[in-house]
Design a protein around this ligand. Structure first.
Ligand code: HEM
Length: 346
């Protein structure tokens, strides 16, 4: 009886020890020698260089796929390594972009103070010629308004946290940021359509011509005040057209649509690349837009009227776009046969 009791006690002790050991093994994150070694390396790393989790990130960046039952693109990638590069790039890129936009505003202000609005040398004749049709103006203003809304909301989303939040506080800023994000997402597709129509409509007058070189060499007389002849669009407008509407405009549209519609199974990296390109193109587009809007509204007297009413005085046409004026007078370009003031709607 005594032996049986001793055996029972021994069995209980062995069982308890086995259970304790099993529990200890189950609690340990390292279930095989490699993982145990990895865990030790990490512990050591935390002691030698706290907050520098290099071994983990080396493993993440190795790109080795993990195991999962979930089917779908990238479902076996828990931590996407390129995301770190994207996040790290955002800070210097947005900082540089912010400085570029601020510098452009300062440069335009200095130019305005130095040169002022460029007016006519000769008095206006009172005779008007047509510069833009109603359809051209409607398309232009649709693009101008949507492009400007996207520029302003894009700036709020990108720089608002650093620039506006400290000034207007979190209640107003969170409202403004939400509104900006929604406007940006919904106005983008409208610009996408209107921009393509604008490009088709205005491309013929923006084809480079041999005489544009002279305009570029003399910077259109913007600094010297000298008269430089030009076609319907001068070389500066042509450069702006190709950069602002075609290259950066279309880049923004394509990358914007990739970001607006993430439901087409694009990878995270595609979204990150689209986001980075969108941000760079966006900042350059804002700089170009500021230059174009400055010259159109403030810099060149009479230019705004051209896009508002569609008509310009003959003196304005001769002084700013002489080759185009000559073509209109020779009847080779539309623009003659202007209706009286009261009927000017076409
Ligand atoms: C606030 C925004 C804008 C303002 C105030 C503005 C103003 C003007 C003005 C006043 C003109 C007439 C210039 C002239 O008769 O020579 C003009 C022409 C033009 N604008 Fe704008 N604009 C704006 C935005 C845009 C945008 C975003 C685009 C395209 C992406 C654009 C493309 C054009 C084109 C193509 C012309 C005709 C000249 C040419 O063929 O190059 N504008 N703009």
């Amino acid at each position: 009886m005594g032996n049986i009791r001793v055996a029972a006690v021994r069995c209980t002790v062995v069982l308890a020890a086995a259970l304790w050991l099993g529990a200890a093994v189950a609690q340990s994150p390292a279930v095989n020698p490699k993982e145990a070694a990895d865990a030790r390396t990490q512990q050591q790393q935390q002691r030698i260089q706290p907050l520098n989790n290099e071994p983990v990130w080396s493993e993440v960046r190795s790109g080795t796929p993990q195991m999962t039952q979930v089917r779908g693109r990238e479902t076996d990638v828990l931590i996407q390594p390129e995301g770190q590069t994207w996040r790290a790039l955002r800070v210097p890129l947005t900082t540089a972009g912010g400085f570029l936009v601020a510098l452009t505003l300062v440069a335009l202000a200095v130019f305005y103070l130095w040169r002022g609005p460029i007016g006519l040398k000769a008095p206006p004749t009172g005779r008007l010629i047509r510069r833009f049709t109603l359809v051209e103006r409607a398309v232009h203003w649709t693009v101008a308004v949507t492009y400007t809304i996207l520029a302003v909301t894009g700036l709020v989303v990108t720089f608002g946290k650093a620039v506006l939040l400290p000034i207007i506080g979190s209640t107003l800023f969170s409202w403004l940021a939400t509104l900006s994000k929604l406007l940006h997402n919904f106005v983008g597709p409208i610009l996408a359509v209107a921009l393509v129509v604008l490009i088709v409509m205005f491309v013929h007058e923006n084809i480079p011509r041999a005489y544009d070189w002279l305009w570029i060499r003399k910077a259109g007389g913007l600094f010297s005040g000298e008269h430089v002849p030009a076609g319907k669009a001068n070389a500066g407008q042509k450069v702006l057209f190709w950069l602002m509407a075609v290259i950066f405009g279309l880049t923004l549209v394509v990358t914007g649509l990739i970001l607006d519609f993430p439901n087409f199974n694009q990878t995270r990296q595609t979204m990150q690349t689209a986001n980075t390109v969108h941000m760079i193109a966006g900042v350059i587009a804002v700089v170009l837009l500021l230059g174009h809007a400055y010259l159109g509204v403030v810099g060149v007297k009479g230019a705004y009227d051209a896009m508002r009413t569609g008509y310009v005085d003959e003196t304005w046409a001769r002084e700013h776009h002489e080759y185009w004026y000559n073509e209109v007078k020779a009847g080779r370009e539309a623009g003659e046969g202007v209706p009286p003031l009261a009927q000017r709607t076409a």
